[in-house]
Design a binder for this molecule. Structure first.
Ligand code: NAD
Ligand code: GLY
Length: 361
């Protein structure tokens, strides 16, 4: 069965398809290609598993493929250039389409290439990790990392469609599944308390990849994300709440070296730090902080900051976050489970206290 949601953005609206075996559904991918030339971009891990099946669905079109190295450490301008080189080599013009087949790294790289090449060509997201199916493939945030900061170079650029085939999650490593669950929990925390309650009861089903539980969670996250993006595409307001825990998390990813902590793992720790700070600033009750930490632990996610990252190192990196204004750190905090604040300035000593105290014993 296939579920369909829509990201409502006027004449740039697009569908998100969620379901089992969508790669084998004749005509689905092709129906969203409006050009004769297509390039499917994937990586060395996903390519051998799924590239052939996707290419098969594109019969009749002029299809090229590009297989990139795998890893967050390759989400940079050098890898981006390899996509541009291939597009130039094969004489791709404005009327062509890129297909991102992979997790969030491939999706972000390919989306950015589509945004920039000849000032914008079409692209399709085919997310293959849980994280990409619930979050990164939807909403048009594209881009690459800079050694000094996560996702510092990029563009908002929406795809033609998102095709989330949930059967591909069966080949995902368990650690990657857990990393995706971090972003799933985020939706419960920022705007969907009922979903948080559901997650507390059904975490084991997600971890054992029960197809119905996964389909429910992916649909619920995409529904939330589609609503947020439709309301605030360019993040002038509510979209910023999707960054709960990310300022801390991005500091961990950049500070520890891209790839040491998975994005979802870093976000899980960051959400705990954000919850602690929310408690320390009188917003969130301690019992709710405990529930958040327990749920993330039950998903086999780390909840304590790395010992190597002291408060000064966190602060150094957090000052280059995109939500900051004039260098002042602004964070998303929680009033309760299911209700997040918009980005707000924080008292520096209180932030330092959380960085020094939370998870340090
Ligand atoms: P990833 O893309 O690195 O994928 C994780 C690993 O799983 C990789 O080794 C990949 O090759 C492998 N893999 C992918 N699909 C597989 C499958 N079906 N079977 C087996 N292995 C598979 O990481 P991710 O967690 O998907 O994405 C993280 C990235 O997404 C980060 O760079 C983060 O910044 C970005 N992100 C972007 C947004 C956005 O809105 N654009 C939102 C959240 C995260
Ligand atoms: N994951 C953050 C966003 O899409 O806005």
């Amino acid at each position: 069965m296939k579920q369909t949601l829509t990201v409502n953005l006027g004449d740039r609206s697009y569908p998100i398809y969620i379901g089992l075996d969508l790669f084998s559904q004749p005509g689905l991918i092709k129906s969203h290609v409006k050009s004769a030339q297509v390039m499917v971009v994937t990586n060395v891990t996903v390519g051998p598993l799924y590239l052939e099946r996707v290419v098969q669905q594109l019969g009749g079109l002029k299809v090229r493929t590009l297989v990139l190295p795998d890893g967050e450490q390759f989400k940079n301008l050098a890898t981006e250039e390899r996509i541009f080189d291939a597009l130039m080599e094969y004489r791709f013009g404005r009327n062509s389409t890129l297909i991102a087949l992979g997790g969030g790294v491939i999706g972000d790289l390919v989306g950015f290439a589509a945004a920039c090449f000849q000032r914008g060509i079409d692209y399709i997201q085919i997310p293959t990790t849980l994280l990409a199916q619930v979050d990164s493939s939807v909403g048009g945030k594209t881009g690459v990392n800079h050694p000094g900061g996560k996702n510092m170079i990029g563009a908002f650029y929406q795809p033609n469609c998102v095709i989330a085939d949930t059967s591909v999650l069966n080949t995902l490593e368990q650690r990657e599944l857990s990393a995706g669950i971090a972003e799933v929990v985020k939706y419960g925390l920022i705007r969907d308390r009922e979903f948080f309650d559901w997650l507390e009861k059904n975490m084991e089903l997600l971890l054992t990849r029960d197809p119905q539980a996964l389909a429910f969670a992916i649909h619920r996250c995409c529904l939330n994300k589609a609503r947020v993006v439709s309301e605030d595409e360019l993040e002038s307001g509510v979209r910023a709440t999707l960054n709960l825990g990310h300022t801390f998390g991005h500091a961990i990813e950049a500070g520890m070296g891209y790839g040491r902590y998975l994005h979802g793992e870093a976000v899980a720790i960051g959400m705990c730090q954000a919850a602690h700070l929310s408690y320390a600033t009188g917003r969130l009750e301690q019992a709710e902080v405990d529930r958040i930490i327990r749920l993330l632990q039950s998903a086999k996610l780390p909840v304590k900051p790395p010992a190597e990252m002291d408060a000064d190192r966190f602060l150094e990196i957090m000052t280059v976050d995109k939500k900051n204004i004039d260098g002042a750190i602004r964070l998303i905090l929680l009033d309760e489970i299911g209700t997040a604040t918009l980005p707000c300035g924080v008292d520096q000593p209180q932030l330092e206290a959380t960085l020094n105290d939370y998870g340090r014993s």
